[in-house]
Ligand binder design. Structure first.
Ligand SMILES: [Zn+2]
Length: 59
């Protein structure tokens, strides 16, 4: 696991492994759905409260 946040780059003490959730839009800018990113990221607690994501549970 990283020692800094992949999203904002801050160093901290509490991290979570997440999959970022992207929102898909149509040609008119209206949200039509959402889909998860292909890779896992390490996020700080602040980013986890701001950005849509799914928590990845370690085995
Ligand atoms: Zn962060």
């Amino acid at each position: 696991m990283n020692d800094r946040c992949d999203s904002c780059g801050d160093e901290g003490t509490s991290y979570a492994t997440v999959q970022r959730i992207y929102i898909r839009y149509d040609d008119h800018g209206r949200p039509t759905g959402e889909f998860p990113a292909d890779e896992f990221e390490t996020w700080c607690a602040v980013c986890c409260t701001i950005y849509p994501h799914e928590l990845v549970q370690p085995d």
